[in-house]
Design a protein around this ligand. Structure first.
Ligand SMILES: [Ca+2]
Length: 276
């Protein structure tokens, strides 16, 4: 009697395990294709060029009274001419640096959902401030200052977003369902997330390291010409919002601070250079 009971019980357990296995196997491809359908990366697209866009010398409106206290006051700041990458540095670009120098790879097998992030036209992510700094040096460039980044994002007239003054979360790759992105997207694929100079993704896609140390008084104390932030500090500045954050965080004057060693799936960068 006992033996029959054990056999029936064993068969019942195997039956349950089979159903569980079937459900796992059947559900995975459906989830993946649903996500990918919402996140259309053109896999066959060749690597995108990332030209430098010239921002002419002159004054621009820096800061805002609508955000954090660290963005105040609003004032006119003069910058010498500079050039800045049209797009965030792509994985194609960053991988060339890794191959040539042996620098640490940003993506590895421990990264969750790596297959949603690893196309060559998606931005380089999981890069610390020092990774970004060293990439720009290798490329014969440098990180933009906060002031340069802000001018490249908003033009001379103090736009709150890279586009006109409307609150339009669908215009950039941000958190939420208004736009078509789920993870990082091909750089430059949001035509409206384009600044008056033609620089893309200054509102969304990934947050971006800049050169300056963070100082909450930097906008109050900085010079009116070519401000570069404090000499020393503990935190570096990130600018713009990302696929994991809101449009509010992507205001052109918004400032975020982070330890320089921070590496994350929503943080990348772009480079700049001074012009004579
Ligand atoms: Ca960005």
């Amino acid at each position: 009697m006992n033996k029959i009971f054990v056999r029936v019980y064993t068969l019942f357990i195997l039956f349950l395990a089979g159903i569980g296995l079937y459900m796992i196997l059947a559900s995975k491809p459906a989830d993946k294709s649903a996500v990918l359908a919402q996140n259309p990366i053109n896999a066959s697209e060749p690597p995108r060029e990332n030209p430098l866009i010239v921002v002419p010398a002159g004054e621009f409106i820096m800061g805002s009274n609508d955000g954090g206290a660290d963005e105040q006051p609003v004032r006119s700041v003069f910058l010498d001419a500079f050039a800045i990458h049209q797009y965030e540095v792509t994985q194609h670009q960053y991988n060339q640096f890794v191959t040539e120098t042996g620098h640490r790879k940003p993506l590895n097998r421990y990264v969750k959902d790596i297959h949603y992030f690893n196309h060559h036209n998606q931005p380089a992510i999981y890069v610390s401030w020092l990774d970004a700094y060293e990439y720009c040096q290798w490329a014969g460039l440098r990180l933009p200052t906060e002031a340069e980044w802000e001018k490249a994002a908003r033009g001379t007239k103090g736009l709150a977003w890279p586009w006109e003054e409307e609150f339009k979360p669908a215009f950039a790759n941000l958190k939420g369902e208004e736009d078509r992105g789920v993870f990082t997207m091909t750089v430059g694929s949001y035509e409206q997330d384009r600044s008056p100079y033609g620089v893309y993704d200054m509102a969304g896609n990934v947050r971006e390291w800049v050169q300056d140390w963070y100082d909450d008084q930097a906008y109050k104390k900085g010079p009116d010409k070519n401000p570069t932030g404090p000499e020393v500090g503990e935190m570096k500045v990130l600018r713009g919002s990302s696929w994991r954050d809101s449009l509010y965080a992507g205001r052109t004057s918004g400032r975020l601070k982070m330890v320089p060693g921070y590496r994350y799936e929503a943080v990348g960068f772009r480079c700049a250079k001074s012009l004579e």
